[in-house]
Design a protein around this ligand. Sequence first.
Ligand code: NAP
Length: 487
Amino acid sequence: MSRGDMAKPLLGHRSLEGDPSTPAAGRTIGVLGSGDFARSLAIRLVCSGFKVVVGSRNPKRKAGLFPSAAEVTFQAEAVKKTDVIFVAVFREHYSTLCDLADVLAGKILVDVSNNTEINHHKESNAEYLASLFPASTVVKGFNVVSAWTLQSGARDGNKQVLICSNNQEAKRTVAEIAQVMGFTPVDMGCMSSAREIENIPLHLLPAWKIPIFLALGLFLCFFTYNLIRQVIHPYVREQKNKLYKIPIEVVNTTLPCVAYVMLSLVYLPGVLAACSQLYYGTKYRRFPDWLDQWLQHRKQIGLLSFFCAALHAVYSLCLPMRRSHRYQLIETAVKQAVEKKMNIWVEEEVWRMEIYISVGIIALGLMSLLAITSLPSIANSLNWREFSFIQSTLGFIALVISTLHTLTYGWSRAFDENQYKFYLPPTYTLTLLVPCTVILAKVIFSLPCIQQRLLRIRRGWEKGRYVKFILPSATGEFSSGETSSNV
Ligand code: NAP
């Protein structure tokens, strides 16, 4: 990375380097440790206008690793020169710093450490550090940014720095330093949040776990189903070896099934939520946990659906490149010549294919739009109406067009008994089940009587809201059901 990049603040609109009007800029910051994190931190601090003093057990050896503007000295010397010290050493080595307790008294210690396992220790690292240095003020922060992010300049990396402490003043000082460095400090409250902050870098795609398992589960089911129909059936019935179909053909018939069903699963929870609201006549009743979870994972389910659809498009484009395809083409031509057939053009088949490919391309285009607009940077540039129009209206249109793609692909195969291998219906008929249910439900919800009721519920109207309050007094003024005031 160029030095020029490092010189820029991470956030473009802020130009606080060396700005004397900023309370944090220009002050001396201490860093204990001379490892990867300490080095990146020191470089970022220097580039943001701070004076940096690094405390090392071996300053002579380590000085060459730091920018010349940073002073590298012994630990005790370094901590004397500053009030804010970043402790860039591992938890296991905190106790080796205990000799410095007197000099560190009254100073702010920033705990940047991470663990190797979630909830590794009884108490968080920051709480442990605070217990070793009771006369100092400990602030947890900067552990969610990596050494790489600290160095990666204006364009890359996570910009949020989560901060917590029991001391408001110390927390504000560290937040100011983070801001001057171009990060966005996020106040996470008091020290009891440190454990949660330390666990964050250890989570592996937490929001993606359920959608990925769902996609893998669907893939496995459809793959097995297609394998039975396309490979095992011809082997059992005609002793034909079709194993060569597994890597491309079977995968390529499985991917669109997963993409299509996953796309419908983005819209199904909305339908279930609407059913629940209509049934209970209120929007203030909590959805069951599973539905809540499902609603929260719609974005990831949609992105995985797009991923499978994109792979399906690439696989489909590659179909004619296969050797097996070329052999089959030549074989058909030879057969035709032997049978002296001049014209094999089937008008219906031609039209089916033209329409099927065309709607497939449109569906993929719409899904790309949905995927792009779900990215935070793009979503943030849209207002609520634009976002809802793309994700909800265009998303539903994408589902309808994907259904047309599936129907034109299947055409009349569902009525051909030769397609029922081992009595199993063609795969596309199975995939239609959930999407068609969603489309049908959406059509029903758009009927004026139901749409209006749903709209009223979503604006806060509740069925029998007043009845519930009035019935205990048994005045008999209102019959059960809707009251005149809330109709
Ligand atoms: P590192 O490269 O191994 O550096 C650790 C430093 O600790 C050493 O260079 C050493 O400096 C110092 N130290 C002090 N007392 C020590 C002792 N008794 N034994 C061994 N070393 C001692 O580790 P790092 O990657 O910089 O990580 C430092 C801290 O930052 C850790 O708590 C880590 O969890 C946290 N962190 C790191 C990253 C990252 O991307 N690397 C990201 C977030 C948080 P001297 O020899 O000069 O004393």
